[in-house]
Design a protein. Structure first.
Length: 114
């Protein structure tokens, strides 16, 4: 059943070749840089959030699993909710100073943004 997943093939043109086999393009896995080589920018954002403040951590280079692990660590240490996706970590509330201190203790190069 997994071989016949039509949603992965949307936009593919039909082939009359009986020997044709559709293969997906897979992007290479991004290697996670060590913390001392990462440059993270910690900022605040209020746009499209009904006036609520969120702390954004941008600039992470690495796999989604490592991003999720870092996000979970920050959420636990700050005691707030948030998400980690699309190369950004979002934490609820204005926690810029606390997050910069935590990241520097973990070995990251963190800079306080706006």
């Amino acid at each position: 059943m997994a071989e016949n997943d039509w949603k992965k093939r949307l936009g593919v043109v039909y082939s009359t070749n009986p020997d044709f086999s559709y293969t997906e393009e897979c992007s290479p896995e991004v290697q996670t840089l060590e913390p001392s080589k990462q440059r993270l920018i910690v900022g605040i954002d209020r746009r499209a959030r009904a006036g609520k403040q969120v702390t954004l951590i941008k600039g992470f280079v690495g796999s989604d699993e490592d991003l999720a692990a870092l996000g979970k660590t920050l959420k636990v240490k700050c005691g707030v909710g948030g998400t980690a996706k699309d190369g950004e970590i979002t934490l609820q509330g204005d926690l810029r100073d606390k997050v910069v201190a935590l990241l520097e203790n973990m070995g990251y190069k963190a800079k306080r943004g706006n």
